[in-house]
Design a protein around this ligand. Structure first.
Ligand SMILES: [Zn+2]
Length: 279
């Protein structure tokens, strides 16, 4: 089994999104009108697991179409004020997989940590795969309410018909339920709500190490250790509770923590750098 980090461009965000500031509705206002941008822009990672049961992709990254005028809803304050994507066509996940000799038909399963645009931007590259989503997350993308929450469901491919994630796999470490992605049981999905209410993470076990493909449970490892929720989570307390669970998991087992936007995720994967606790 081999895990690859696929960087699908970068995204510039505000400092108040990286490190949430204020209480309640103020948090989002601080993101929209914050003056400081995170420098440099952060990476957008997706993950590819070359598994004996088939290739598994976790998140699909962002699309180069984000540079087209009108790709985002023009009226949307977040897309107007608080985010700038930089994705070249050759950085899209399908193009990168082809370079690696991996084609759509080789990918048996795609798992989405959540459905924000920078994670669900290239579903189009996986017409032959079973795409698994936590159904409450999918429901949140629907309609005008979904657009207000920043989802771009009108950009999903018209053939898109997600498969559910069923949490029927019992407890796994600090998580009270899980779902087995592989028959072997070495790739599991666990619930990690907070960044979105039905956000999930993927844990890949190889030898004695757990690779925690975290999505947006925190933007960086440092924010996890300091339990800093981002500025866009609808429920920052729930995000902190999830971080607590991840930290408990990582205290029990060797864990490499790989969030989608941490500039050091790729290096930690390469160096097999596990989370360490200074106590
Ligand atoms: Zn997100």
């Amino acid at each position: 089994m081999k895990i690859h980090a696929i960087q699908t461009g970068t995204v510039a965000i505000k400092k108040n999104q990286l490190i949430g500031k204020g209480a309640g509705a103020r948090r989002l206002v601080n993101v929209l009108f914050g003056r400081e941008w995170v420098q440099p822009p952060v990476p957008i990672y997706a993950w590819v697991i070359e598994h004996e049961e088939g290739v598994i992709v976790v998140d699909t990254g962002e699309t180069a179409r984000t540079s087209e005028v009108g790709y985002f809803p023009r009226w949307h304050p977040y897309y107007n004020l608080a985010v700038r994507f930089q994705v070249k066509p050759e950085q899209e996940i399908g193009a990168q997989l082809k370079q690696m000799g991996i084609y759509s038909k080789d990918v048996t399963k795609v798992i989405l940590t959540h459905m924000h645009t920078d994670h669900a931007g290239r579903l189009h590259d996986f017409p032959d795969s079973a795409i698994h989503v936590n159904m409450p997350e999918y429901k949140r993308t629907h309609g005008f309410r979904g657009q207000i929450d920043g989802y771009l469901s009108h950009r999903f491919p018209n053939w898109f018909s997600p498969q559910p994630i069923e949490f029927d796999g019992g407890a796994f470490g600090a998580f009270d339920k899980s779902w087995n992605v592989t028959a072997k049981g070495d790739v599991k999905v666990v619930p990690t709500p907070g960044h979105t209410p039905a956000h999930v993470s993927v844990i890949v076990t190889s030898e004695d190490v757990h690779y925690f493909l975290a999505g947006d449970t925190s933007y960086t490892e440092e924010n996890l250790l300091r339990k800093i929720p981002d500025g866009v989570s609808p429920n920052p307390n729930q995000a902190v509770d999830t971080m607590q669970h991840i930290l408990s998991f990582a205290k029990q087992r060797l864990t490499i923590y790989l969030p989608s936007h941490d500039p050091n995720s790729e290096l930690r994967l390469k160096n097999k750098a596990t989370l360490s606790f200074s106590e």
